[in-house]
Ligand binder design. Sequence first.
Ligand SMILES: Nc1ncnc2c1ncn2[C@@H]1O[C@H](COP(=O)(O)OP(=O)(O)OP(=O)(O)O)[C@@H](O)[C@H]1O
Ligand SMILES: Nc1ncnc2c1ncn2[C@@H]1O[C@H](COP(=O)(O)OP(=O)(O)OP(=O)(O)O)[C@@H](O)[C@H]1O
Ligand SMILES: [Mg+2]
Ligand SMILES: [Mg+2]
Lengths: 257, 257
Amino acid sequence: MSHVLAVSNQKGGVGKTTTVVNLAAVIAAHGKTVLVLDLDPQANATSGLGVEPKSGVSLYNALVDLENLNDVIVGTSVENVNIIPSEVDLAGAEVEIARMDDHLHGLQKVLDPIIDQNVFDYIIIDCPPSLGILMSNALAAADSVLIPMQCEYYAMEGLSVITGLVERIRTSGANPKLRIEGVLMTMYSHTRLADDVIEQVRSYYGDAVYDTIIPRSVRAGEAPSFGLPVVAYAPSSTVAEGYFAFGKEFLDRAKAW
Amino acid sequence: MSHVLAVSNQKGGVGKTTTVVNLAAVIAAHGKTVLVLDLDPQANATSGLGVEPKSGVSLYNALVDLENLNDVIVGTSVENVNIIPSEVDLAGAEVEIARMDDHLHGLQKVLDPIIDQNVFDYIIIDCPPSLGILMSNALAAADSVLIPMQCEYYAMEGLSVITGLVERIRTSGANPKLRIEGVLMTMYSHTRLADDVIEQVRSYYGDAVYDTIIPRSVRAGEAPSFGLPVVAYAPSSTVAEGYFAFGKEFLDRAKAW
Ligand SMILES: Nc1ncnc2c1ncn2[C@@H]1O[C@H](COP(=O)(O)OP(=O)(O)OP(=O)(O)O)[C@@H](O)[C@H]1O
Ligand SMILES: Nc1ncnc2c1ncn2[C@@H]1O[C@H](COP(=O)(O)OP(=O)(O)OP(=O)(O)O)[C@@H](O)[C@H]1O
Ligand SMILES: [Mg+2]
Ligand SMILES: [Mg+2]
């Protein structure tokens, strides 16, 4: 069965997209087949994997017209990684989904046929930075949630919000199987603030926090302009090494479930 | 007349909240009276100005129950800066506003009485990182939009999206007076990527880009844990000096309109 992983944090700029494209590339290199679902109207995961966002070829049509998602799956700059692209119109889908009867399960309905085909080992959803309807749809459809987090104070304040939302989605019955896959610390630079934040997050969330910490490196910022994950663009950079280690830790833990 | 300034960019983590709390503090030190409107359910501007988010005292009640905003204006850790706080429930307001007849002008309706009282020189709106209904409401109510932008590739890709949205809000008649106040480059560190991005943004947006560039400094990340803008927490830091210079440039330009 395909595992559906939502990569989510309502705090903006914490490394959700960077984690999606690099995790996808690393686990693909370990022999998994991966489908990325770009649920962010900014379409950063789409361009970060070398795909031109094209109006009419995105999740938007499938969500609103309940079309077949298979028609919008395209290849990317990374072998064994496919994507359902995003486009700006996706922002408009929020209003349309809000007006549906069961507005929490719009995404699940279009994903089910893909999951049943069992073509992909992992379906990884890049979530927008919001607490809105697209994010709730992703949590309602996912098996688990990966939460990237900057080593910053505002990001730490927001952690209880996303974990609270996951809890509510699970206990309300919207998605009883939903669990937290883990918390990944990103953009680490050696400062007292970063060390304080990591210490507090580890003391509060314990084993949910991955051992791997992703360092800050300008190479991560350069990679998207080449349409490549940083593990492909600059494989010997510190940030790429971080994501290689994280990919392995992710797969080792996934075996344990 | 109070000037309503929306600080907005759908790209996450570009320094919207940090710019709002520091601009508010700097122009208050220049003798202006300022009201901050925290439109982000994360409530970062609220805690960044030393205010505890409190359920029931926020924009949410006013937006959904059309109550008087005056009842939810509170003081902050900075003299002459007041705030209408946010709370997590504000995320729920999106669905409720989507169902109203004129879903673009919900915020304008509750702001109008405050603007007419003419107590505040500036009303500064901290926007969430989204293209959703709260953001559109802010653009529909604002006189102008300040766009903070990280010196990064993804942030550059997103600039045409926010400027496109501003154009649509103006030309559709939703807010014919709306203009771009300016583009502020933030979190600058001296890399080839940052210099490339600044050069491209300047060549495309010309004079709309402020001369002042805000440098990256860990002091900016430390300040919110003390409930203070960095200009109050570490006034001689490079990032505080950046915001002092920006506040002056902002006021000089505002005179020109
Ligand atoms: N380890 C890193 N070191 C340096 N820069 C990074 C790193 N990871 C990500 N970045 C850069 O930081 C910015 C934010 O990262 P990213 O866009 O992945 O975050 P996000 O959470 O997806 O943002 P949003 O909330 O807008 O969706 C991007 O410009 C990205 O290139
Ligand atoms: N000049 C700076 N130097 C270093 N860190 C900064 C700077 N400006 C902001 N930060 C930090 O970067 C993070 C993102 O900034 P901020 O929260 O202000 O962005 P935002 O655009 O409001 O994010 P969101 O999209 O989530 O609303 C915060 O942790 C903040 O403390
Ligand atoms: Mg993203
Ligand atoms: Mg913010």
